[in-house]
Design a protein around this ligand. Structure first.
Ligand code: G4P
Length: 266
């Protein structure tokens, strides 16, 4: 007895179509292949801005996948570069190369990525901005900070805008949830140094500069239950609105969520 052909829900003419064996199932790999390493050329022919930006975010997420921020909640590192790009875009920056450079700005400094790799994947303009935003990691902390001050006026307006957004994101995250172990003095020292850098870069994007100025004038942080001005020289008195903001660090957590109990360092 002949067995009937398997039923199809795709209409009768599908029954007449030649049967092709199903493709072999893909073996899941523990680590997905770095699509960005396979794809090259910059940008891909005909690639739209949205696709290009997503490819850039995917590349950066891959590179930062093992890294966490220094805050108590051990936020995934990639939140920072995405946040920096979002600050620029919400300030009206539409140059896709600047947004891509923002997403990639810490890949060379903090991962094994090279400027050449970025140039290959995303083009020379993006790679040049990223290189300008990359500190010389061979310098010790204080020298690196002086070097940022020395080089800030020499940077392109594109790189200066990324620096403004980078600092704004770092400062806002310090205000909300300072890195583990940072006391008031360290927070204030970071704010004072950051202001010197952003004052130099301010003309590249007045809207971002104005946001930073507001932050310097209003930001407080809470350490051991006490409120302190983040920038001791320019900050005004503590307002109720600011107090609420400082206290809102758990606002993004759902009820029952806990911050990571133990710092993880990579
Ligand atoms: N605010 C904040 N910063 C964090 C956090 N996690 C990591 N960082 C990074 O730490 C650096 C600031 O800490 P510092 O003590 O001043 O720098 P250092 O560890 O490299 O010496 C910043 O990078 P940088 O390259 O040294 O300075 P920048 O040029 O990005 O400002 C910032 O991106 C976090 O949770 N909050």
């Amino acid at each position: 007895m002949n067995t009937p052909p398997p039923e199809s829900d795709s209409g009768s003419d599908m029954l007449a179509a030649p049967v092709t064996p199903p493709a072999a199932p893909m073996t899941p790999s523990p680590i997905p292949p770095p699509a960005h390493g396979v794809h090259c050329a910059c940008p891909h022919d005909g690639e739209g801005a949205l696709s290009l930006l997503l490819r850039t975010v995917d590349f950066a997420a891959w590179k930062h996948q093992c890294q966490r921020r220094k805050d108590l909640d051990q936020t995934p590192y990639i939140n920072h570069p995405i946040g920096v790009a979002n600050i620029l875009s919400s300030a009206g920056v539409m140059d896709i190369a600047i947004l891509q450079a923002a997403v990639l700005h810490d890949t060379v400094e903090d991962t094994h990525t090279t400027v050449e790799e970025i140039a290959h994947a995303f083009g020379v303009k993006v790679a040049t901005i990223v290189a300008e935003c990359t500190d010389n990691v061979e310098l010790a902390g204080p020298e690196r900070k002086l070097e940022q001050l020395r080089t800030a006026p020499l940077k392109s307006p594109e790189a200066q805008q990324v620096k403004l957004a980078d600092k704004l994101h770092n400062l806002e995250s310090i205000r909300r949830s300072p890195p583990v172990g940072w006391g008031v003095r360290r927070i204030q020292a970071y704010f004072m140094w950051a202001k010197q850098v952003t004052d130099i870069c301010a003309p590249s994007n007045p809207a971002l500069a104005a946001r930073l100025q507001r932050l310097y004038e209003t930001a407080y942080t809470r350490v051991n239950g006490e409120y302190f001005p983040c920038h001791p020289d320019v900050c005004g008195p503590l307002t109720e609105e600011e107090k609420g903001r400082v206290d809102s660090r758990f606002a993004v957590c759902k009820a029952g969520d806990q911050p990571c109990p133990r710092p993880i360092f990579f």
